[in-house]
Ligand binder design. Structure first.
Ligand SMILES: [Zn+2]
Length: 185
């Protein structure tokens, strides 16, 4: 249900029954339409509201900005393999030279040599490094990533994510995102 934000504005942060986000990466967001549906189906409680209402002749409904599930869902421990999460694992710096700009993805074993698009074979790389490495292996190019790429846990991404909050954070969500001191090392 994470892909619904594009349906329109007023995304709703979805918390698990323990009031932690259902997922962090991607952040668990529903469209307001899905959230309102879930309210009427009695699956969620409304925790916070937007300062905005939808009206019909017969009723007015304030849009929720944060909802919590009524029954606990076991959180995933393995984050999705996405471009954003690769950057987050690599802290948004080129794994060859440390540049924070102009980031692309490099296949350590080039695709032309059978390299897979996986956590273990893809790293953040700036365009110049990516170009320089081209279709060479690390040994041929004499370019090695600063850390051996790995499949991160949600915990690890969350730790990195504190430095790189997502672009859109409604103020009513903030209380539910970053106070999670238990997740600190
Ligand atoms: Zn670089």
């Amino acid at each position: 249900m994470n892909a619904h934000v594009s349906q329109g504005g007023w995304p709703v942060l979805v918390l698990n029954a323990d009031f932690r986000p259902l997922s962090y990466y991607p952040l668990s967001l529903w469209s307001w339409q899905d959230a309102v549906k879930a309210v009427f189906l009695d699956r969620v409680n409304i925790v916070e509201y937007y300062d905005r209402a939808v009206r019909s002749p017969n009723f007015e409904f304030r849009l929720p900005s944060v909802v919590s599930l009524k029954s606990f869902v076991k959180p995933t421990t393995h984050p999705a393999f996405t471009r954003f999460n690769v950057f987050l694992r690599d802290k948004f710096v080129c794994q060859y030279c440390g540049a924070p700009e102009d980031l692309t993805f490099d296949h350590i074993i080039p695709r032309s040599k059978g390299g897979q698009t996986t956590w273990e074979n893809v790293v953040a790389a700036c365009s110049p490094c990516n170009l320089r490495k081209g279709n060479l292996t690390t040994a041929q190019a004499k370019m090695w990533p600063r850390q051996t790429p790995f499949a991160p846990t949600v915990h690890e991404l969350h730790r990195n994510g504190r430095s790189f909050p997502p672009n859109y954070l409604h103020e009513s969500w903030l209380d539910y995102l970053y106070w999670d001191t238990e997740l600190d090392p």
